[in-house]
Design a protein around this ligand. Structure first.
Ligand code: GUN
Length: 285
């Protein structure tokens, strides 16, 4: 039997529709959410991401500023820009596109972003609040994974979720969010022994390892939910997930495709974070 496909594109459009509605209501009160995106250098993938973020702002009625800086920009100049954006009244969210050129200390830049404008959810204070379960701006891809699962009508409470990958951007935060939804969470990573055996115990399998088509049907319990966070560019230019979709969909339950799964959710959650930050800045929540 072939599995149900969870369409991130469709869910993303639904959420964007409600964000656009909220933006219109805010506009009537004279509030326009503002996002500043900073891109240093000319990494081709980053250029595409930044253009997509700019387009999302335009489509949803946000104010946006994109600061494109040369690759040689000094750390001091970048920090000065972040400081200026922190103090700018029409900017509610700041995103510095990663990776940064090697001579810049990414941690120093992330730490310089005002906690209440950190719409990536990467600042240590937001990460700490996530760990202890306090209100915080949530990292976009992990928040998108949870939203996709919930909107597909899948209950996480009491389920065994296995997360493959332990990055700060996806694996660690998605594990915490799954736990917050009352799942029982196991984390696997590159040193895990008997990974397929563990993965096969998952009711919900979330994969974020950055290796094209790595997870085949031997990792999947029949009927399990499979969420593929991978975005790997193949030599032929095509995009592939971490999951071998064609073989896995024959055994799994609901599964996300690549492209059109988790990917579209990331920018949508960025827009949602910017909206939340704007409402907080104007005392509307
Ligand atoms: N580069 C790849 N993904 C991301 C992301 O979610 N945020 C930022 N700032 N940079 C990225």
């Amino acid at each position: 039997m072939t599995a149900t496909i969870i369409s991130g594109k469709q869910v993303s459009e639904e959420i964007r529709g409600s964000i656009a509605g909220e933006v219109r209501a805010l506009a009537a009160k004279g509030v326009v959410p503002g996002l500043a995106v900073v891109l240093v250098g000319e990494d081709p993938a980053s250029q595409v991401y930044v253009r997509n973020k700019e387009k999302a702002c335009h489509d949803l009625g946000f104010y946006s500023e994109v600061h494109r800086l040369p690759a040689e920009t000094s750390q001091a100049d970048l920090l000065a820009l972040v400081d200026r954006l922190n103090r700018k009244g029409d900017i509610d969210g700041i995103l510095v596109q990663l990776p940064l050129p090697g001579h810049i200390d990414e941690k120093a830049v992330i730490n310089a972003i005002a906690v209440d404008k950190d719409v990536d959810g990467f600042h240590p204070v937001n990460v700490g609040n996530l760990v202890i379960g306090d209100d915080s701006l949530l990292p976009c891809t992990p928040a998108g994974v949870i939203e996709l699962i919930k909107r597909a009508g899948i209950s996480l409470s009491g389920k065994h979720a296995v997360v493959i990958g332990r990055s700060n951007i996806v694996g660690k935060p998605v594990s915490l969010l799954l736990q917050r939804e009352n799942a029982t969470v196991t984390m696997c990573h590159s040193r895990t022994e008997r990974m397929a055996e563990i993965a096969r115990q998952a009711d919900v399998l979330v994969v974020a390892i950055g290796r094209a088509n790595f997870i085949d049907a031997s990792y999947v319990k029949p009927g399990a939910v499979v969420i593929d966070v991978g975005m790997n560019r193949l030599e032929n230019g095509k995009l592939a997930g971490d999951v071998d979709f064609e073989s896995v969909k024959e055994v799994s339950g609901p599964i996300t495709p690549v492209p059109g799964g988790v990917g579209p959710m990331t920018i949508t959650m960025l827009m949602q974070n910017t909206l939340i930050a704007a409402k907080r800045h104007h005392g509307l929540v």
